[in-house]
Design a protein around this ligand. Structure first.
Ligand SMILES: NC(=O)c1ccc[n+]([C@@H]2O[C@H](COP(=O)([O-])OP(=O)(O)OC[C@H]3O[C@@H](n4cnc5c(N)ncnc54)[C@H](OP(=O)(O)O)[C@@H]3O)[C@@H](O)[C@H]2O)c1
Length: 348
């Protein structure tokens, strides 16, 4: 089988590439923006005989590949995994987010169609659920019921992807918040949980330098009993790899955690790892009640507020069916695993 991938220099894509190299004998065609970075990766993986690199950019039609590359790929690709995206939530970055996430997906779909690809796997996010409480394994309406342009770009891209059902088999995979490897804790990411932990780390260093009272309490606004839905990167990569054989056309798979930790528990684990016990969650803060430092802290983590202030229930029945009869066990992530993943980030 021959597989084409976008986004394999990223956190999830790197793990998936590794997984496909180790567990299959598929030929891998990999789109990269930076050929030197990718060559380094291929050398590290000792995989020059399995991986062929193509230099391109998903914001360009046909990724800007030349006629010779396109010719070489036409009729050769069995499965197209589209992972490349900009995982940022800021409203100020709306145009860039849409250019990479939505236009990039349109280019990927059109390119796959031109290459006569048989199966197209679109990697979306569980947070296309937007402001709803229950995550289903169907499309959500494009009704603007979302928190940020990232979610919006992914909702629209899911609709676009499934509209190509008549030219190739399209399946959609929706991970929740991807965290480090469940065995090693390793994570090559600075977004989502990692952006949140970095912000708390920076804040701690700043207040420890400047504060005269080392025991002063700092409040993070969020809901203590709400949950944060984490999935280890190796669980997601395992599922995507197995999907090559088992995914069905037109089906959406939520790759989510059936028993997520509460934010209170999560903040406790991060506080322990950071050795910063002065952090506390408060449910709400009336205007003017937060100190200047607390205002600054909550501003630093503003983009995460939508996820800290509420819980989502995700149905992952399709994913459970996909992994049944395989080596993958339905996710059961313990507090110890979450602690190990958090500790690994702080080098503990
Ligand atoms: N991380 C999460 O918690 C999470 C959760 C749910 C879903 N997802 C989805 O999973 C996928 C992978 O996420 P990730 O966390 O692995 O992201 P990541 O680490 O930021 O990797 C993004 C990848 O996309 C590539 N890319 C970005 N813009 C590109 C462009 N214009 N042309 C070509 N390639 C481009 C990057 O290439 P460079 O190396 O050149 O930058 C990199 O390989 C995304 O679709 C994301 O939406 C992620």
């Amino acid at each position: 089988m021959t597989i084409f991938l976008t986004g394999s220099t990223g956190f999830l894509g790197g793990k998936l590439l590794n997984n496909l190299l180790e567990t299959t004998d598929h030929n891998l065609y990999v789109l990269v923006r930076d050929i030197d970075k990718a060559n380094h990766l291929v050398t590290e993986l000792n995989a020059h005989n399995r991986i062929q690199l193509f230099k391109g950019d998903i914001t360009q039609p046909s990724f800007g590949l030349d006629a010779q590359d396109i010719d070489e790929l036409t009729g050769k690709v069995d499965i197209f995994y589209h992972l490349a995206a900009l995982v940022k939530f800021d409203e100020e970055l709306r145009d860039e987010i849409f250019s990479i996430n939505y236009d990039g997906t349109k280019h990927a779909l059109d390119f796959a169609k031109a290459l006569h690809v048989k199966k197209f796997f679109y990697i979306s996010t569980a947070y296309t659920v937007g402001r709803r409480d229950n995550g289903i394994e169907n499309l959500y309406p494009m009704d603007g019921n979302i928190h940020n342009p990232y979610e919006e770009s992914k909702v629209n891209s899911e609709h676009l992807a499934l509209s190509y059902w008549d030219v190739m088999d399209v399946s959609i995979f929706r991970p929740s918040i991807i965290v480090g490897d469940s065995k090693t804790g390793e994570a090559d990411s600075s977004f989502t949980l990692y952006g949140f932990m970095r912000a708390l780390d920076v804040f701690k260093r700043r207040v420890m330098r400047n504060s005269s009272n080392p025991n002063r309490i700092y409040h993070v606004v969020g809901s203590k009993e709400s949950t944060s839905n984490f999935v280890p990167v190796n669980y997601v990569a395992d599922i995507l790899a197995v999907a090559a054989k088992k995914a069905e056309a037109g089906v959406i798979y939520n790759i989510t955690n059936p028993n997520p930790s509460t934010n209170y528990r999560l903040l406790t684990l991060i506080k322990n790892a950071l050795d910063f016990n002065q952090l506390e969650i408060i449910e709400d803060a009336a205007p003017g009640t937060l100190t200047v430092e607390e205002e600054r802290l909550n501003e630093m983590i503003r983009v995460f507020n939508a996820y800290l202030s509420r819980s989502f229930d995700f149905d992952d029945t399709n994913t459970q069916q996909l992994i049944s009869g395989t080596h993958i066990k339905h996710l059961n992530m313990s507090d110890e695993t979450t602690q190990m993943i958090i500790d690994a980030y702080f080098g503990l």
